[in-house]
Design a protein around this ligand. Structure first.
Ligand SMILES: C[C@](O)(CO)[C@H](O)COP(=O)(O)OP(=O)(O)OC[C@H]1O[C@@H](n2ccc(N)nc2=O)[C@H](O)[C@@H]1O
Ligand SMILES: Nc1ncnc2c1ncn2[C@@H]1O[C@H](COP(=O)(O)OP(=O)(O)OP(=O)(O)O)[C@@H](O)[C@H]1O
Length: 289
């Protein structure tokens, strides 16, 4: 069985407060994009889980979120058969695009199907949060409002067709460090998430993109000014708006015109500001086909 683990971007990202357990309460507008890792899974005769990946620097043992997700379900349902998984990564690692989280979501969906566990999407999402805050959203996909620590999800109407240019500089940002370094009292500008919800309801892409904000952005840009340079390049080359995704460092630009996005992609490639440049579009199917 082959599953696609889709990447996400955050169109709006607000952090409200720190909880007792160290996690933060957030309010975010999430969007799936057509950029994906592949997870091949099959039964094997010997018991246990075996995982291989195409990247030497991504762990292939119990530290991998795919392994964690599969083990969690197989332990709960006392699955005696063995599982063999092959992960082929295309989503940049430690990039703010939920690569590992989405791989884990694919493992939840795949193990549920392969061993006929009969869990509904909602039941999978309930378990998914134990692997990571973004994993329930990666099970759900599409356009969504995420609250709580990211696990309280409300499905939203799909955005009008638009194009997404992804540019990741050659640096990695730890999500944990980004949250630890965030000074909640000195956040200058909180995104207008309620206004964005209205724009999505009204299918008004221009108004929606004009409100895009991410509270992590100023702090991470101070550390890595190249992020600002990539944003500026995208906006100078036709993006309605460009912003950092998640805790960074990946920048995405939203375009209403595919040709313009492709031209901007060429300029970005030639600038050598980004190590990964990928031109794509939003993705609103939810069926894990
Ligand atoms: C920044 C985002 O990518 C935006 O979508 C997510 O909030 C990150 O979600 P994630 O990678 O699934 O996060 P997890 O793997 O659960 O947590 C990694 C670390 O980030 C911090 N963390 C994460 C999510 C959250 N709501 N509050 C937090 O404080 C915690 O220190 C945690 O130890
Ligand atoms: N399946 C996986 N793919 C990539 N990294 C993984 C995976 N499982 C565990 N990891 C570890 O997790 C770390 C962060 O990986 P990931 O690519 O998920 O970060 P991210 O894109 O910042 O995620 P998010 O947007 O959810 O914060 C990596 O450094 C890696 O060692």
């Amino acid at each position: 069985m082959r599953l696609r683990a889709m990447a996400k971007i955050n169109l709006g990202l607000d952090v409200l407060r720190k909880r007792e357990d160290g996690y933060h309460e957030v309010r975010m507008i999430m969007q799936t994009i057509q950029m994906y890792d592949l997870l091949d899974i099959r039964k094997k005769s010997e018991t246990g889980i075996v995982l291989s990946t195409n990247l030497p620097y991504v762990p292939s043992d119990e530290r991998n979120l795919v392994y964690k997700a599969a083990k969690l379900l197989m332990d709960e349902f006392d699955v005696k058969e063995g599982l063999s998984m092959k992960l082929t990564k295309s989503i940049p690692v430690a990039a703010g695009m939920a690569g590992g989280s989405s791989d884990a979501a694919a493992a939840f969906v795949g193990v549920n199907r392969l061993f006929r566990l009969g869990l509904s999407e909602e039941e999978l999402m309930k378990r998914a949060v134990q692997v990571g805050a973004d994993v329930p959203y990666c099970v759900m996909r599409g356009t969504a409002l995420a609250e709580g620590i990211g696990e309280k999800l409300t499905s939203l109407p799909g955005l009008p067709r638009c194009y997404v240019l992804v540019g990741k500089p050659g640096i990695n940002v730890s999500t944990k460090l980004a949250y630890d370094n965030l000074k909640l009292d000195s956040i200058q500008k909180h995104p207008d998430i309620d206004g964005m919800l209205r724009d999505i309801e009204n299918q008004d892409l221009k108004s929606l993109t004009s409100k895009m904000e991410n509270v992590f952005e100023p702090g991470i840009i101070r550390q890595y000014p190249v992020i600002q340079e990539i944003k500026d390049l995208m906006e100078a080359n036709g993006a309605l708006k460009a912003m950092m995704s998640g805790s960074g460092p990946t920048v995405f630009g939203i375009f209403d015109d595919r040709a313009k996005m492709r031209e901007a992609a060429e300029v970005l490639k030639q600038s050598h500001l980004a190590k990964t440049v990928f031109a794509t579009q939003i993705y609103n199917r939810k069926d894990h086909a």
